[in-house]
Design a protein around this ligand. Sequence first.
Ligand code: PAF
Length: 308
Amino acid sequence: MPKPLVTVRTVAALRRAVAPWKKRGDAIALVPTMGALHDGHLALVARARRLARRTIVSLFVNPKQFGPQEDFIKYPRDEAADRVKLRAAGVDLLFAPAVAEIYPPGFATAVTVSGLSDRLDGEHRPGHFAGVATVVAKLLIEAQADFACFGEKDYQQLQIVKRMVADLDIPTRIVAVPTVRESDGLALSSRNAYLTADERALAPTLHRTLLDTRERIAAGMAIADANARGIADLTMAGFGGVDYLAVCDAETLEPLDRIDRPARILVAARLGRVRLIDNEAFTPTSRGRPAGNDRPRSGTRRRGGSSR
Ligand code: PAF
């Protein structure tokens, strides 16, 4: 029988729940989520449970990270179903605050990680990463987390959170968890639920294009040419628009024109009304070729990437 899942909805109640754990010296791992939980989130929870004696999951659909034209109102919400999954996963505490608890009247602070937040998704979703950084800073401090787990699926977010924690001396270790994929390579995402059957059939092309682009670069094609070819492949396959396909420094996300350091290849493209993102590691070997063969195999879900 799984242990009961305690739910708190205020920062004061969260602090009361955490105080005895801190007093006993129990380590705390936080998994920040916006709910609509899938196996990718459960992989974060599993990692958190291995890291620390106490696991907290936050469930908060953060209005500050949605643009005016984005899906804040329609974002999938099913707390009851999420609670069942979290209880079965052995989570100790669910923090599920209302918007007014996190942003009470008069709230006036924003955390901005400049540079990193302006590239890639930042160019297409103005203000998004300030919204993420602001809420994540609050959650880490409120939960007094020793560890916090983030998926590599949202790779830019992961780098921004790491930078923020380092810059602000927040005493939380940020732990990256590999992307969980369907057997056809599609990265798990709460927004996959918006895909029609036809779009779902096309969606794995996004990941295949990342792998093809990486292979072409490894085989000697110039990065700019390989990116242009990948964008053409996605457009031909039926993607409505490609926001970016880029090879970047794995930490700063500055664009690269040669693979002379750990790199990441990242993509964002639209399929109907759904915007999908994905990424893969691009680690040069001594011969300048990328390491690993991440072609999806048929079978069950798998962890993708070499390193959400
Ligand atoms: O990745 C997400 O689900 C969100 O961006 C996060 C980290 C929970 C902040 O709202």
